[in-house]
Design a binder for this molecule. Structure first.
Ligand code: TRP
Ligand code: SF4
Length: 326
């Protein structure tokens, strides 16, 4: 039997190259080896965006379309929307009764958001329980592995703690203790050299047109010490060069030498990079177009995903209710 994976994303906006390189490329590979469940975490999005949900329905569909376009295959993986499966909420309630408050208050992601996020009111009961819902997502499917970024490790730790608490309480081995699968790929920074993030306006989106990509890449920061064409560059500290490692590893060494010896200029270097990104995204955008043409087929994929997810979820909840006499 294949081991099971569950992962998810919050549908808070358009997906970008950071999602592709940091998560989706990895998901596509994992579906060959594991029984994968990929979930749109719309309740998690609601926890922080509840004041502004106008774009939520559109974002949910847009994210699913991007997943399918990059190669998530609904014949191999179960693709579904969290809120279609009410068992997530039921398990969340049960877990929230047994999770010590201190574990949540001490959670580093919670403390950071409380400190950093001022624009939205996250001082709510629900937001404190964010990782409890995530534990419910993961354990509902008895997942063995969870592909996530480094920032999510505290949530995985909490998931194992909750699993242990529940197993101890019920004196049954109902839940496994899932491990993270961390992506090895080097992180792609944003166009300005900071973390790639929608809120920094420094992303290249998977759905950006060739013109937009060309414009965004041309405006990328390069080595600030290279002002004239004849100045030697420092590829090791140039963000454009780090993109070459990801999108054109085959000519990376050549570019390194040009840059060091000032054989080509930054404008040309960026133009070539933009073309490589456009080429990488072309088949994805082609697929995207055809998926968007057939809304009925998309709905069918999500309905079937929900059906498969519900089958597993209802089985787990039967066990859970019985184990605690509910
Ligand atoms: N918290 C995750 C994030 O922000 C999203 C998420 C929700 C998730 N439920 C999950 C990830 C379950 C992995 C498993 O990225
Ligand atoms: Fe960066 Fe390319 Fe310019 Fe070198 S030539 S500094 S790698 S953009």
């Amino acid at each position: 039997m294949k081991k099971r994976i569950l992962s998810g994303m919050r549908p808070t906006g358009k997906l970008h190259l950071g999602h592709l390189v940091g998560a989706l490329d990895n998901w596509v590979k994992l579906q060959e080896e594991y029984d994968c469940f990929f979930m749109v975490a719309d309740w998690h999005a609601f926890m922080s965006e509840y004041e502004n949900t106008a774009e939520l329905p559109e974002n949910i569909i847009d994210n699913v379309v991007d997943w399918l376009s990059v190669g998530i295959d609904p014949d191999k993986s179960t693709v579904f929307i969290q809120s279609h499966i009410p068992e997530h909420a039921e398990l969340h309630v049960i877990f929230s009764c047994i999770t010590p408050l201190g574990l949540l208050e001490r959670c580093p992601t919670y403390k950071e958001q409380m400190r950093e996020v001022k624009a939205r009111n996250l001082n709510t009961y629900g937001f404190l329980g964010y990782p409890v819902l995530q534990a419910a997502d993961i354990l509902l499917y008895k997942s063995d592995k969870v592909p996530v970024g480094q920032d999510q490790l505290p949530h995985l730790e909490l998931t194992r703690q909750v699993a242990r608490l529940f197993n101890n309480l019920s004196k049954k081995e109902i839940f496994p203790f899932p491990d993270a699968i961390l992506t090895k790929t080097p992180k792609l920074l944003g166009l300005d050299g900071r973390k790639m993030s929608k809120s920094y306006l420094n992303t290249i989106n998977l759905s950006d047109s060739p013109e937009v990509i060309m414009r965004k890449v041309s405006a990328m920061f390069t080595d600030p010490k290279r002002i004239k064409l004849s100045d030697k560059g420092h590829p090791d500290t140039c963000n454009v060069f780090s993109y070459y490692s990801v999108f054109m590893p085959q000519i990376k060494n050549e570019v390194y030498d040009w840059c060091l010896d000032a054989k080509k200029g930054c404008t040309e270097c960026k133009k070539m990079l933009a073309l490589a990104i456009i080429e990488k995204l072309a088949p994805i955008q082609e697929k995207r177009k055809s998926l968007l043409k057939d809304k009925a087929a998309l709905k069918k994929i999500l309905d079937e995903g929900a059906k498969k997810a519900a089958g597993v979820a209802s089985g787990t909840m039967k066990e859970v209710r019985k184990a605690v006499n509910l």
